[in-house]
Write a protein that binds this ligand. Structure first.
Ligand SMILES: [Zn+2]
Length: 225
């Protein structure tokens, strides 16, 4: 499997794995709102999951709010206790997607949301056997910045498998006219960022695990060097 995800310029019909632009969701599915501030979340990226990975045959679509910056939402909530080998309660996962949303849909179910206002600039995601400029993330095997925090399974028994990670400090450039993100200022108050890009989980390295079959329960971890 080509394990590296590289961003590349160029837009054409039929691209299915990309950063920015407009998301592809089933018609019936609205753009998610933020559970902390109520605003519509921003679309960050989507991945058509290749062979050999959990939930192959589906597309993962990732949103995060850029309109608020609250202490409890800067990174995904962490389980108490040791993370390596953790048994993750389903209830924990359903509860913690407040200012972000990670969705999975069958590939044949999705259509481009034409009415979505583009915020993040479009870049295609290409699969590559080698690391190169424009590295976005990797598939297959987690490369931990700190200690291995691989979970074991959901509390209902299904194993949690590594799907992908997004590189720390990847900048999601925004299009002209897109509102700048709200960030947490040094005094803990919300302020408008002067950056012309968005950060996913304040630019931590992001690890996504998920159960392979049945209703998806994505489990997210972040690390920072
Ligand atoms: Zn929000």
């Amino acid at each position: 499997m080509d394990e590296f995800l590289i961003v590349s310029d160029g837009r054409c019909e039929g691209q299915t794995s990309y950063v920015g632009g407009r998301p592809q969701l089933p018609d019936r599915f609205p753009i998610p709102s933020c559970g902390l501030c109520g605003k519509q979340q921003a679309f960050f990226f989507q991945l058509r999951i290749p062979d050999g990975l959990p939930r192959h045959g589906e597309t993962m679509v990732v949103f995060q709010c850029v309109s608020c910056a609250r202490e409890e939402g800067l990174i995904p909530e962490m389980l108490g206790g040791p993370l390596k080998g953790a048994v993750v309660p389903r209830g924990f996962i359903t509860g913690y997607q407040r200012n972000f949303r990670v969705l999975f849909f069958a590939n044949d179910e999705i259509v481009t949301c034409e009415e979505y206002r583009e915020l993040v600039a479009f870049k295609e995601l290409k699969f590559s056997a080698r690391k190169s400029r424009g590295l976005f993330g990797r598939l297959g095997t987690a490369e931990w910045l700190m200690e291995d925090e691989t979970p074991k399974r959901l509390d209902t028994g299904e194993p949690l498998e590594f799907l992908m990670q997004v590189k720390a400090d990847f900048h999601f450039s925004i299009v002209d006219g897109a509102p700048h993100a709200v960030k947490m200022g040094i005094f803990g108050t919300e302020e408008i960022s002067d950056e012309n890009y968005y950060r996913l989980f304040i630019s931590n390295e992001l690890y996504i695990f998920v159960n392979a079959v049945g209703e998806p329960f994505p489990y997210l971890l972040t690390q920072f060097e």
